[in-house]
Design a protein around this ligand. Structure first.
Ligand code: NAD
Length: 438
């Protein structure tokens, strides 16, 4: 056993702020309220339902994660957000159509009280939307200051001890880091000069990190994955993580692909197509926003299968991902996968997956876990990229130059071992030979 690290206690209220109050964010808030009212169970949430094995299998120590590490309690959470549409969280949830009226109505009062603060919004980054609940300012630095005021006002009005920010806003168009992102100094100059390469999500991230508030990115946009914002995160000792909640089809992919690879089954092709009809689907109908998503979804197989190390099995893999906006399906996405595999002597086989999934039902517990774990990381004195949270992301952020780990089961081990390490417990290697020694 090692020495536990010092983690400040989780006393007082934790404010969770979401840029974006659409389907995921409102399903997240509503779910927490429903659990608090004992109307539902927090299925899908590792922080609420997961256990962690400690020590040897013979010791029988399997506490709930929530009893093992000092996480904020659901009763201590308060929510706020920003959105270019003025709907309160009840109206937004009703429009998103994820939860049925019978489930939303008992939560009406609590949801109506969450009204979106005016957003920092730029149609150049999210083309298929247009709302008028937006901030005005001479420069992007003015906008950042206004966001900081919002955060501080929320914290004091709601009597919060701490805050965490989880980006639940629309997917911004695909961009790569430019000069303005290369250092904090260049970035701050860019904010003052209204540099067009600074995206709205980066202004939120800058505001949060400047105030020492952890920032998790649920969308595939670049956001904190830049040297400038990482420099700020290090300077102010703030944890960050991203990108893109791992739900739906990519979740299935990172469950299936490691299994096929473990058995040395070859894959010739993997065709994935989705139809979805929510606002996210509408935004992704813009090819530049889709490009952000496509890049985030495509990287997964490559790092799991390592075709350069297994050329006979995966060297010729054809991987294609499509997303189609289809309004009649609403938030109930349908993800089809056709997987062409081959086995012994090269004989071909096919796997078809038709996942009738509910995107926001899968994403909401991720948003909760990220907020709670990021708050924990901050209290544990962690800063910069939190790779142990890769478990939750399609495109996990890592140290520059390090390839991400996509295999869900390795990610889970990484997460749990991080918690064991922090608490001074032995890391679990799954070696197990000691059970058989005389
Ligand atoms: N639902 C999932 O399973 C899932 C999975 C992975 C990633 N995501 C990502 O999470 C994000 C949210 O998904 P959703 O289904 O809730 O989408 P949504 O369209 O229902 O909600 C996004 C909200 O963000 C708002 N918004 C856009 N730009 C903003 C800005 N600059 N500031 C504040 N608000 C802004 C929009 O008005 C909208 O209300 C999307 O980027 C999506 O790609 C979702």
């Amino acid at each position: 056993m090692g020495q536990p690290i010092t983690i400040k206690p989780a006393g007082g209220r934790l404010g969770i702020l979401t840029p974006g109050m659409g389907a995921v964010a409102t399903t997240f808030y509503a779910g927490v309220f429903a659990v608090r009212q004992e109307r539902a169970m927090p299925f899908g949430s590792l922080t609420q339902m997961g256990r962690i094995r400690l020590g040897k299998r013979t010791e029988g120590r399997n506490p709930l994660i929530a009893d093992f590490v000092p996480l904020a309690n659901l009763n201590e959470l308060v929510f706020g957000g920003w959105d270019p549409f003025p709907d309160n969280a009840f109206e937004a949830a009703a429009k998103a159509g994820v939860l049925a009226a019978k489930d939303l109505l008992p939560l009406r009062e609590e949801l109506e009280a969450i009204r979106p603060m005016p957003a920092v919004f730029d149609r150049g980054y999210v083309r298929n939307l247009d709302g008028d609940n937006v901030k005005g300012g001479e420069t992007k630095m003015d906008l950042a200051r206004q966001l900081m005021e919002d955060m501080q006002r929320f914290k004091s009005d709601q009597n919060c001890e701490r805050l965490a920010v989880v980006w639940c806003g629309s997917t911004e168009v695909y961009t790569q880091p430019k000069d303005v992102h290369m250092s904090l100094e260049q970035f701050e100059r860019g904010l003052r000069n209204n540099d067009p390469d600074i995206a709205p999500s980066q202004i939120y991230a800058y505001a949060a990190l400047t105030l020492g508030i952890p920032f998790a990115n649920g969308a595939p946009n670049l956001t904190v994955e830049t040297p400038a914002l990482l420099e700020l995160a290090h300077q102010n000792s703030v944890p960050v993580c991203g990108k893109d909640f791992k739900t739906g089809q990519t979740l299935m992919k990172t469950i299936l692909a490691p299994g096929l690879k473990a058995r040395m089954l070859g894959i010739r092709g993997w065709f994935s197509t989705n139809i979805l009809g929510n606002r996210d689907g509408e935004v992704l109908d813009d090819p530049d926003s889709f490009r952000s998503k496509e890049v985030s979804k495509l990287g997964v197989l490559e790092t799991i299968l390592q075709p350069e190390q297994n050329p006979e099995l995966y060297g010729d893999l054809y991987h294609k991902v499509r997303i189609n906006y289809y309004p009649p399906h609403g938030d109930n996405k349908e993800g089809w996968d056709n997987i062409d595999i081959f086995g012994w002597l090269g004989y071909p086989m096919q796997i078809k997956v038709d996942f009738l999934c509910r995107d926001s039902i899968l994403a909401a517990p991720i948003a909760l876990d990220l907020a709670l774990f990021m708050d924990l990381a901050k209290r544990a004195g962690q800063r910069g990229v939190q790779e142990w949270l890769s478990f939750y992301f399609k495109s996990p952020q890592t140290a520059p130059g390090l390839y991400p780990e996509h295999d869900l089961f390795i990610q889970q081990t990484k997460l749990k071992n991080t918690l064991r390490h922090w608490m001074g417990e032995e890391l679990i290697t799954h070696y197990g030979g000691e059970y058989y020694e005389e």
